[in-house]
Design a protein around this ligand. Structure first.
Ligand SMILES: Cc1ncc(COP(=O)(O)O)c(C=O)c1O
Length: 421
């Protein structure tokens, strides 16, 4: 069977294909950037409309008691189900960057671990900046960034050696933003535990698409963005998970009133909430929180195991396409080939990657617009959001890339770089 027929057949047998129509779609567009910003679920439109018009518009301040104080609890509970955490171990609110600072600072201050901070060169820049900013609170006054030979995958032996040599607090991205490398969570958590260390997992590129089970993987702390595969909307708040046994040991460095035991007593002295809610600081972003709910609902309804399994199949199919059609045109796959080590995007390199990206997004008469994203240097990331990406979407995207290169269409585009994608 050729790859076109395989795409048709796979789509026909895809039990998740029914979810696509529940998103705001543009018929002339193939969206392969759900690893950066997920699509808008149609039910979110209604929810948001209700939150804004009825709850905010009509009921104003009364909506705190009638709706909004419960909203956070509801979203926290749903997130906890998604990662098999206990309900009182998960909190949704504030950005991943701010939460990472709070959790790392809290861990350093807890004196439970050596104050050595370790990360690696596959981690997301914001995480590196935050760790860099925390170095004055650490023993060594420097952050150890384990550097690997390639951007593609981690060298687990090297990472483990570093942990063994300088036990402490390690921060890793479960799925690397560039190459899509996926870490063996259980293996590393067990290794860290044996070496008196703890791993803080940034799950931004994994949540909603990888089956994360915090109990099975013995995870102690995790956090991540909800605006990617969870389709929570631009800048939607991140989630944090802290294992029950650790919550009491870690303090929130931002002692705001929403982390207080009784915020509405307005007492003069700060007394932290006895539980995960102590990691709140200010008023929750109600509109963003209400935008997340339907995205999480849909993920729970589809089942994370089904989503994760389709993600792997889409990735395998795409890699097969790239190998067959694009490698001869100078493209190189810079993501793991084995789905066991891969998240839900596939990265490819080409010397004309930037101009190819621009052309895909610009579109052409009788061709669909294709939206991937670009990361320096010369990397195109193709995001595989299983709730709305089909096998035929991938087939058509690769056909279009092939056409752009074969016809040297990129020569018509200037090489200046601006914008997000
Ligand atoms: C892996 C990872 N960590 C952290 C962040 C930063 O998230 P935020 O902007 O919500 O702080 C991102 C953003 O894309 C990310 O991909």
């Amino acid at each position: 069977m050729n790859l076109y027929s395989i795409a048709l057949e796979n789509d026909k047998n895809d039990s998740l294909s029914i979810f696509k129509e529940r998103f705001f779609n543009n018929k002339n567009e193939i969206y392969l950037d759900g690893n950066s910003l997920g699509k808008l679920p149609l039910e979110t439109l209604d929810d948001l409309n209700n939150t804004i018009k009825n709850q905010w518009g009509k009921k104003l301040i009364r909506s705190w008691n009638e709706h909004w104080l419960d909203l956070n609890d509801r979203v926290n509970l749903k997130m906890s189900k998604l990662i098999n955490a206990d309900p009182n171990e998960v909190l949704v609110g504030e950005s991943t960057s701010v939460n990472l600072y709070k959790l790392l600072y809290g861990l350093i201050n807890s004196n439970k671990y050596n104050k050595n901070l370790i990360t690696d060169s596959l981690n997301f820049p914001s995480d590196l900046y935050i760790m860099e900013g925390l170095k004055e609170f650490t023993t060594s006054k420097k952050i150890q960034i384990v550097k690997y030979i390639s951007d593609l995958e981690s060298d687990l032996n090297l990472l483990k050696e570093s942990i063994k040599h300088s036990p402490g607090i390690i921060c890793l991205s479960l799925v690397s933003y560039k190459s899509s490398w996926l870490y063996p969570m259980l293996e590393l958590n067990e290794f860290a535990e044996k070496n008196s260390s703890i791993i803080v997992w940034d799950c931004s590129h994994a949540i909603g698409v990888i089956d994360i089970d915090v109990k099975k993987t013995k995870t102690k702390i995790a956090l991540g963005c909800t605006y990617k595969f969870l389709n929570g909307g631009p800048g939607s708040p991140s989630f944090i998970y802290v294992n029950n046994k650790l919550i009491g040991d870690i303090s929130n460095p931002i002692q705001g009133w929403f982390g207080h035991e009784k915020p509405f007593d307005f007492s003069e002295n700060y007394k932290p909430y006895n539980g995960i809610k102590k990691f709140e600081a200010g008023t929750p972003s109600v509109i963003s929180l209400s935008a997340i709910e339907k995205g999480i609902d849909m993920t729970l309804e589809a089942g994370i195991k089904n989503i994760s399994s389709k993600s792997k199949n889409l990735g395998d199919f795409l890699i097969n396409l790239i190998k067959t059609e694009l490698e001869v045109l100078g493209f190189e796959i810079t993501s793991p080939l084995n789905s066991r080590n891969r998240g839900s995007h596939v990265s490819i390199k080409h010397k004309e990657a930037w101009r190819i990206c621009k052309l895909l997004i610009k579109g052409k008469v009788n061709r669909k617009i294709i939206i991937p994203d670009f990361r320096p240097n010369n990397t195109i990331r193709l995001g595989l959001a299983p709730l709305y990406v089909s096998y035929m979407d991938l087939f058509e995207s690769i056909e279009r890339i092939k056409e752009i290169v074969n016809n040297k269409e990129f020569l018509s585009i200037d090489n200046s770089k601006e914008s997000v994608t």
